[in-house]
Design a binder for this molecule. Sequence first.
Ligand code: NAD
Length: 261
Amino acid sequence: MHNRFDGKVVLITGAGSGLGQASALQIAKEGARLSLVDLNTASLEETKNKVLESVPKADVLLTTADVSDEKAVENYVNQTVQQFGAVDAFFNNAGIEGKQNLTEDFGIEEFQKVINVNLNGIFYGMKHVLKVMKKQGSGSIVNTASVGGIRGVGNQSGYAASKHGVAGLTKNSGIEYGQYGISIKAIAPGAIMTPMVEGSLKQMDPDNWEEAGKEFVKPNPMKRFGKPEEVGYLVAFLLSDQANFINATIIPIDGGQANKY
Ligand code: NAD
């Protein structure tokens, strides 16, 4: 159970914060060599320091990149292969929420920005990583969708469209690449307390966002936010060889909220 990633190369985007950082920490503890990508260089350094605090011998490559830029994506994949010689597992995770608004008021530029990062970024990542994994004849990919990728949430046109797109891409690519030994799945997190969700609550109620958070989780069957490390445990399992037969599907981690009437 402990060293599921001994000698394996794991590539993670959005690794500077939240779900990406928590997953990097968990996977490092299980022996992986890590290639960490984020737009924010300082937050990448923070993740590396946290990893080294708990696993002093960890081998960590950092690449600053914007996942919505296809050349930058090609470059972070090439950097990983140059440094480590493989990409065994890929957590394709970077994403943004965008400004909340009714559909008629949703800014065109805002819509395009969210699609560029959340959907195009995931597509570019798979496109370049799958070439490497196909040659290897093995690999696993976890894309980050959302409950907003399997249900309507409201006020999130860009986010909902992008995350439903991620769910679709996951199913499509999963059925294409299973024959090469590669499994592709997506996670659909509910509200997990990360800087992104803090920002979201501040959009709802800037002065009283912590109270807004308490209200927000009341309809959840478990009456709480998820924790980033809970997502880290799931991602580690899904990226490991133990989950190879889980393919072309979307796995919620939301306290049961997506199945509530
Ligand atoms: P977060 O804001 O804590 O972390 C996201 C990270 O992605 C940040 O470090 C940020 O710098 C990076 N990033 C943003 N845009 C980027 C870009 N263009 N290129 C490279 N890196 C970029 O958020 P989080 O909650 O950890 O979210 C991670 C993923 O999980 C996102 O795709 C998000 O949509 C999804 N998600 C989160 C929740 C939740 O409740 N936290 C729920 C459902 C889905």
